[in-house]
Write a protein that binds this ligand. Structure first.
Ligand code: CTP
Ligand code: MG
Length: 232
């Protein structure tokens, strides 16, 4: 049997409404490089990743220029103009578009374009922990804060026990066929692991890193630059 390969699939078809920048946030410069290029460089320089697919919207007017400034990525990255109205749809469309290149058993690592803090070490940690797993898994962080359930008046109704709670990150790594089936069946999910869970399967939780946080709001930018300048 051919050994399974590892492909990266990067959903990058969002508009970045909460960031409110002039362009979609994945095209913002951060510590001297576009946010998306940080992510693509990290996967491109990871020997265990066979190839990277990036899903952008059909009308994306930024990707060509972004890659023109990153010629070293030319044979490591394929652009799929297959974005959908939600992240779920963008990932599923991306899986369909890469069908000819992947076998059912190949692994797909889905990673948000908005998490430029990912490192090769974190990718290797995830692959190492999941490569022999029948289900797959994801990077996540154990919750450390005390959690409150707020009511409509903005007051704490209760303290929620945090035992066993993790905050999900990406990459989320599943075999091609299982992931596609799960996402086709799921109605609306915010990550791949929840689609897998709806099949009754239990994805493996692998400890990620605070630096791999998702850039969502304008105040996230300064912290991301701090991390990326320290370890570009
Ligand atoms: N994404 C996507 N297709 C969509 C929506 C989101 O590929 N229709 C991608 C984003 O580009 C991002 C990742 O999914 O890399 C995580 O989404 P999020 O952080 O919510 O980004 P946006 O949807 O762009 O931001 P916002 O929700 O503030 O508009
Ligand atoms: Mg969004």
């Amino acid at each position: 049997m051919t050994p399974s390969r590892h492909f990266a699939l990067i959903p990058a078809a969002g508009v970045g409404a909460r960031m409110g920048a002039e362009c979609p946030k994945q095209y913002m410069p951060l510590a001297g490089k576009l946010m998306l290029v940080h992510v693509l460089d990290t996967f491109a320089s990871c020997p265990s990743i066979a190839h990277t697919y990036v899903v952008v919207s059909k009308e994306d007017g930024y990707i060509d220029e972004a890659l023109a400034g990153a010629k070293h990525l030319a044979d490591r990255v394929t652009v799929l103009h297959a974005g959908g109205p939600t992240r779920h749809q963008s990932v599923l469309n991306g899986l369909h578009a890469m069908r000819a290149d992947a076998t059912d058993n190949d692994w797909v690592l889905v990673h948000d374009a908005a998490r430029p803090g990912l490192t090769g070490e974190l990718i290797d940690r995830l692959i190492g922990a999941v490569k022999n797993d029948p289900v797959g898994g994801l990077l996540a962080l154990p919750v450390v804060d005390t959690l409150k359930r707020g009511n409509a008046e903005g007051r704490a109704d209760a303290t929620v026990p945090r035992d066993g709670l993790w905050a999900a990150q990406t990459p989320q790594m599943f075999r091609y066929a299982l992931l596609r089936t799960a996402l086709e069946k799921a109605t609306e999910v915010t990550d791949e692991a929840s689609a897998i869970e709806t099949l009754g399967l239990k994805p493996k939780l692998v400890e990620g890193s605070p630096r791999n946080f998702k850039i969502t709001l304008p105040h996230d930018v300064a912290l991301a630059e701090l991390h990326l300048k320290g370890n570009p």
